[in-house]
Design a protein around this ligand. Structure first.
Ligand code: MOS
Length: 726
């Protein structure tokens, strides 16, 4: 189904199942331990072997030789696969660094060997016996020092511009120019990467933890140099991904290589200390923002420049993205520059682009409001735009930033805030309130599904879509239940299997809307199949409700309509020109109250509120869970999350959860989420948009602005640790 005209009324609008607060249907499987995660697949009768990864001890240089003699004769060892023994493996499309192989080392902890043994402990012990002879070279590890070497991410591609920024900024009545920094960050999802690989002749099955099943399948085939048709990926349950499981990772490649060598199924998990340096991370940024405005508070000029680094062949952190779209202003410019660094691969993490971009922009907006002596909520409302400011003929599909700010201000009690910083004190605590806009683009991605109706009246949905804890199982079941008029407990959902139709996968907050739209398309076809079976030309006048199909006075149970053989339909939603004619984005507002200890600088978040305008909310329970999780990540970004770079040897020092600090329950006392009641007919037949990542973008700046309001100290260098406040 091609989606290229705005959605009109369709069965989804009944909202009998869609839009309802239904608890996740996979919840009981998870709470009873029956949901099987990647490392846990166990076929009784199969003797699994265990692989342990050996990572490069240097960040840059050459491996002269790997001596596995001692490891091979260690107890329980079945095989040792070293990168100099496999020949040069190819690199898939989506990775920058090689996942295995090669004598040139690209980054610290790049995988160079896997030891396979009868037990995990034996593999780990033997891995310590692998001797590596290397020649270390000096690398470049410091973004600030390399900033002046940075170049355009794509040669020849212009920076974005409209009007004449320089002239307008020069003549602006009120001017602002500041630079902000965000650190390298790690995904730190709960479930580390893990894979089990089993060969059957030349066919490979991998149980793994992947956000994007088809990308993994494609890249694993490419890396191993085998036919994609021979690769079967299973990823039905995922313990968080946050972007780190978008792209094929070393555990899957090494499990496959280990299993081939050991002639046994092999399990490989990345131990937690490998995650930070072996996989990917969010790159650090340096961001300069200039804003010019008239005395009336209207922005006349805005510029955002961002610097980040990556390995050769890598990409830039798109931190200027929101600044191209969020506020009005006739004269504007954004630019990004990429430095070559020899740190581990930088890549997508938790709302790449806007998450770090909003950390800078939304402090700058707060600072500018203060300079103009305007309330920061009012200043944002004053500079709202209903069109893409770089291309004014291009409207937003739907945009209610103003509604989010107004609703939030009222609900949060914003009028009780004292604008003068450091004015409110309770004992040892300085109290402050902060606000930030939320913004994240709405992407849509083609997505396929197959739907079956059997003679018991059970509807089964099959798609390679993943559920990374987000609620995909549930919203997909709701979609099929609505379209076919059955209760949700008559819908079975099977996900994360590469034998199913290729879906959008989970990433970039596009999965919920895109994958359900794919299920919608398949259900439209299944309704047609039912109509044909009953002798109608089409399904237009059929009603699917209460487990029946009806036409006028005629009614028949769906089970009977399905017949003994049942019915099956498959389709794929493809998104057309509406993404070009209309700017599709999601909007919100974050409000935060903090308390800062006047003596120690310790910051405690007291209250958080997010108001979101993101199209139809398919399920308010799972959507709320997404948003409060994202808000929690925002607190981490504001206050604690930072990968510390060893600038001499080029690795992230704090590579575990003891020293890479993410918020815990006690850090997050109170969160509230409000969804504005809206639909976006331009986004898909579901009229929904992305919601998850919106919940993160802006939070850290709202915390920073609250800290400023509490203390009068403006920190522009994240995270805002207490040493920066005393
Ligand atoms: Mo998200 S960083 O696209 O998984």
């Amino acid at each position: 189904m091609k989606f290229d005209t705005p959605a009109t009324t369709n069965p989804i609008d009944q909202l009998k199942a869609v839009g309802q607060p239904i608890h996740r249907i996979d919840g009981p499987l998870k709470t009873t331990g029956k949901a099987v995660y990647a490392y846990e697949w166990h076929d009784h009768g199969t003797r699994y072997a265990y692989g342990y990864i050996v990572g490069s001890p240097i960040a840059k240089g050459r491996i002269r030789s790997i001596d596995a003699t001692a490891a091979k004769s260690a107890p329980g060892v079945i095989a040792v696969v070293t990168s100099d023994g496999t020949g040069e493996l190819k690199k898939g499309k989506y990775n920058t660094a090689k996942l295995f192989g090669g004598t040139e080392i690209q980054h610290y902890h790049q995988a160079i060997a896997v030891v396979v043994a009868e037990s995990f402990e034996q593999a780990r012990a033997a891995a310590a016996l692998v001797k590596i002879d290397y020649a270390e070279e000096k690398g470049v590890f410091d973004l600030a020092a390399a900033k002046d070497t940075a170049v355009k991410p794509k040669e020849g591609e212009p920076d974005s511009a409209a009007g004449d920024f320089d002239a307008a900024f020069d003549t602006a009545a009120v001017k602002f120019d500041q630079t902000y920094t965000t650190p390298d960050q790690s995904h730190a999802m709960m479930e580390p990467h893990a894979s089990i690989a089993a060969w059957n002749g030349d066919e490979l099955t991998v149980w793994t933890s992947s956000q994007m099943v088809d990308w993994w399948r494609t890249d694993l085939a490419t890396t191993l140099g085998i036919d994609k048709e021979k690769v079967h990926i299973m990823s039905p349950f995922i313990g968080g991904g946050f972007g780190c499981k978008l792209f094929l990772r070393a555990d899957a490649v090494l499990a496959a290589l280990g299993a081939r060598e050991a002639k046994r199924p092999v399990k490989v998990a990345l131990p937690r200390p490998f995650l930070m340096n072996n996989t990917t991370h969010r790159p650090a940024t340096i961001q300069r923002i200039r804003i010019g405005a008239g005395r009336d508070g209207k922005i006349t000029a805005i510029a955002h420049e961002s610097w980040s680094g990556d390995l050769p062949g890598g990409g830039v952190e798109v931190a200027v993205q929101q600044t191209r779209l969020l506020y009005a202003g006739a004269n504007r410019m954004t630019a990004m520059r990429l430095a070559t660094l020899d740190l581990p691969e930088g890549n997508a993490m938790r709302a790449p682009g806007e998450a770090p971009g909003m950390m800078a922009l939304e402090i700058a907006i707060d600072e500018m409001a203060e300079r103009l002596d305007l309330d920061p909520v009012g200043f944002r409302i004053l500079n709202d735009t209903q069109v893409d400011p770089e291309n004014p003929e291009r409207p937003f599909s739907h945009r209610d930033l103003v509604g989010c700010l107004r609703t939030g201000a009222e609900r949060f009690g914003w009028e009780g805030r004292i604008r003068q910083p450091a004015s409110r004190r309770e004992g040892n605590w300085l109290i402050g309130m902060g606000v930030a806009a939320a913004f994240r683009n709405n992407l849509v991605v083609a997505s396929g599904a197959r739907v079956r109706l059997d003679r018991e009246g059970i509807v089964t949905v099959e798609t390679d879509m993943t559920d990374i804890g987000t609620g995909s199982y549930t919203i997909i079941a709701q979609t099929a239940a609505e379209m076919l008029g059955v209760p949700i407990d008559k819908v079975a959902v099977s996900l994360g299997d590469s034998r199913f139709p290729v879906s959008s996968g989970s990433g970039g907050q596009f999965g919920g809307n895109s994958s359900t739209a794919g299920v919608y398309a398949a259900c439209v076809k299944l309704r047609e199949a039912v109509a044909q079976k009953l002798g109608f030309n089409n399904a237009d006048n059929l009603v699917f409700a209460d487990g029946e199909v009806r036409s006028g006075d005629r009614r028949m149970p769906l089970s009977q309509a399905a017949g003994d053989e049942g019915l099956v339909a498959e389709d794929r939603i493809e998104f057309g020109k509406l993404t070009e004619t209309h700017q599709q984005s999601t909007f919100g507002a974050h409000f935060v109250e903090v308390a800062v200890d006047v003596a120690t600088g310790e910051t405690r978040v007291r209250r958080m509120l997010a108001v979101c305008a993101a199209g139809r909310i398919l399920n308010p329970i799972t959507a709320r869970s997404q948003v409060i999780g994202a808000m929690t990540m925002g607190v981490g970004a504001a206050l604690s999350e930072e990968l510390v770079v060893d600038k001499e040897r080029g690795f992230f020092v704090n590579h575990d959860l003891a020293s890479y600090e993410v918020p815990v329950n006690a850090d997050i006392p109170h969160q509230e989420v409000i969804f504005l009641d809206e639909t976006d007919p331009m986004s898909s037949p579901m009229k929904a948009k992305g919601i998850a990542e919106l919940g993160l973008c802006g939070v850290a700046a709202a915390v920073a602005n609250a800290i400023y309001n509490a203390t009068g100290i403006r920190v522009r260098d994240y995270p805002i640790t207490l040493d920066k406040l005393v």
